[in-house]
Design a protein around this ligand. Structure first.
Ligand code: F6R
Length: 604
């Protein structure tokens, strides 16, 4: 949700800001802007509706300012217009913001700010308030003003009479910073300045950052100086670039074998799961009576697969909750319940709040998170980091498969600790899991076939994904992927449920993507597929059957690698990802930046 960047240093700021914004564009891309100090000490702004390339086109080639801030927007308050775009400037103050100031109406009213406002945004109210209460001391003003805000925020602020300095503060909304040879950087995430520094620190909430050419000072709201805790990432610039691929999404689909290997390898010793490096003791798994998995979107669908696997393998009750619902419910959780929160970004506000709630009920909270040091990782009692590397495309792909792989490791460990499975079974299970990267690589080789068959789908208004058991839970992710990047309305159904209503929607030519990989329900699914085929559906069938020739079942058959039933999910989902990707580009869309969406949802 909105990307922000600030830089002050020795080099010219404009390109650093624009390049940083291009890297952050996946967080929001309906408008963009920068503001910077001019030689005269004045602050200038360039902003426009559209993408970073549109902003670049209106930027001044002669701009030699070495201090500025930049923003790429995902609209929350107010439509997509130039005046609603950030930065905002009121009097002495220019600022950018990620988050929502919930009480902005009251603030505008109580502090008599309405007269000065030209946009419809909560952010401009914040700028007007900073300006109104500015007493010549930026730090004191920030201390006083942030206490008045309800909501989430990450602000970068420049005061006209303090040229060359950027101030910043955050609550909930993410922000990382670094000081390096080039100067001082701050941004929503590291991809914005990974070109300059792999070392960074997470800006603690309610701490004031003062950035100058000489360094960064961090102070708490009482004015005490705090030492930043620097972290270092093990990926580099190339990981956050397209690397010759036309889109991040297809690059990230191809990265899955490696991402899974990176996630599994440090956690497997002698073919058994081992979480020593994650400092998760066996004690954590003991006495686990039930599990609640909480997440949003794709991460939640990874949880669905986790649930189906754990329940069938270990007979432990598992519930999957949508984080935005869970946080407002009375959760049925007690001290022996394990709560697993799943998040790529580690910043999704609903998931974070759900975790905070769960922490009140049980000590057994575990986060499966991709982004190191993120809020969810920090607030959970234990963390299992997935090692997908940066995921830039809005539609999650590699983050999903590594989350699912993590559930497989966890299921195995839990089974061993609770004596629900034998060691020999566990070893066999883990060895099969280790073959996943190779199988996925083989599935990706079928990309051309998928591209061809997807051509039949691009004019469809609706599509269905059907399956039973693991294939059904997996289908939910297939439907989401197709919806979000191709705008084809898609739903997933348990194949046996169709005739209780949904089959009424099946008409001539409607695409049905059917998955039949689970032996114990295979013949049942095939019967369900015949039912939709008989009603004119265009059926794409995914199965492991090499000999399938019966054209009364399907129009297209995709043969998946011959893996045990519990592991076919990894292969099927890659086909789903490719279908969504090719449907999107077949329709002339940009799969990396679907309309209305943004990565990392830090607003409720
Ligand atoms: C869909 C997608 C989203 C995210 C969801 C949670 O492709 O990416 O549904 O899965 O917004 O995000 P994280 O995992 O960052 O908590």
């Amino acid at each position: 949700m909105c990307g922000i960047i600030g830089f002050t240093g020795k080099s010219e700021a404009q390109n650093i800001l624009l390049n940083g914004l291009a890297s952050l564009e996946y967080r929001g891309y309906d408008s963009a802007g920068i503001s910077y100090f001019k030689d005269t000490g004045k602050i200038s702004i360039r902003k426009t509706v559209g993408k970073v390339k549109d902003l670049r086109a209106i930027c001044d080639d002669e701009n030699n300012s070495t201090c500025g801030i930049g923003h790429t927007r995902w609209a929350t308050h107010g439509g997509v217009t130039n005046s609603n775009a950030h930065p905002h400037k009121v009097g002495n103050v220019s600022l950018i913001h990620n988050g929502i100031i919930e009480n902005y109406h009251e603030l505008a009213e109580n502090y008599d700010l309405k007269e000065t406002l030209i946009s419809e945004t909560d952010t401009e109210v914040a700028a007007a308030l900073f300006n109104k209460l500015y007493d010549g001391n930026p730090e004191e003003t920030i201390q006083n003003v942030v206490k008045l805000f309800n909501g989430s925020f990450a602000f970068c602020i420049m005061f006209k009479d303090h040229p060359g300095i950027i101030y910043a503060i955050r609550n909930v909304s993410p922000m990382v910073a670094a000081y390096c040879e080039e100067g001082s950087f701050i941004a929503s995430d590291l991809t914005a300045f990974i070109n300059y520094s792999k070392r960074y620190f997470i800006v603690p909430e309610y701490h004031i950052i003062t950035m100058t050419t000489e360094g960064i000072i961090l102070k708490d709201l009482e004015g005490n100086t705090v030492e930043p805790e620097y972290l270092e990432v093990n990926w580099d610039v190339a990981a956050a670039q397209k690397d010759g691929y036309p889109h991040f999404m297809i690059k990230e689909i191809h990265e899955q074998p490696e991402a899974i290997t990176r996630t599994l390898s440090p956690r497997i010793k002698d073919s058994l799961p081992d979480f020593t490096e994650d400092s998760i003791p066996d004690e954590f798994f003991k006495n686990c009576s039930d599990i609640t998995i909480v997440a949003c979107g794709t991460a939640m669908y990874a949880g669905m697969v986790g649930k189906t696997l754990i329940q069938s393998m270990l007979q432990i009750p598992v519930t999957v909750s949508i984080a935005s619902e869970f946080r407002y419910e009375e959760p049925v959780i007690h001290e022996n319940s394990m709560v697993i929160v799943v998040s790529q970004s580690g910043e999704t506000i609903d998931t974070l709040e759900a975790l905070r709630l769960a922490n009140q009920y049980t000590k057994k909270t575990l986060a499966i998170v991709n982004v190191k040091g993120s809020s969810i990782a920090r607030e959970s009692n234990y963390v299992l980091y997935t090692h997908a590397g940066p995921e830039i495309a809005v539609a999650s792909t590699k983050a999903y498969t590594v989350q699912v792989a993590s559930f497989y490791l966890l299921a195995c460990k839990l089974g061993l600790v609770l004596n629900k499975i034998e060691e020999a079974y566990a070893k066999d299970f883990i060895q099969t899991l280790q073959k996943t990267p190779k199988n996925i690589a083989a599935v990706i080789e079928q990309a051309d076939t998928v591209e061809r068959l997807t051509k039949r789908m691009i004019n469809a208004q609706n599509a269905f994904f059907i399956g039973r058991g693991l294939d059904y839970t997996l289908s939910m992710e297939g439907a989401l992927k197709l919806k979000e990047i191709s705008y084809i309305h898609a739903e997933a159904y348990a194949a046996g449920e169709l005739k209780h209503g949904t089959i009424a929607l099946i008409s001539e030519g409607i695409p049905v993507i059917a998955v039949a990989t689970q032996k114990h329900v295979y013949s049942k699914v095939i019967s369900n597929i015949r039912e939709v085929k008989a009603r004119g559906a265009y059926v794409i069938l995914l199965s492991k059957d090499k000999e399938l020739t019966d054209s009364s079942i399907c129009d297209v058959h995709i043969t998946l690698p011959d893996t045990p039933d519990a592991f076919t999910v990894f292969n099927s989902v890659v086909i789903f990802q490719l279908i969504a990707y090719y449907a999107s580009i077949g329709k002339g869309l940009n799969p990396d930046q679907p309309r209305n969406l943004a990565k990392s949802v830090t607003v409720e």
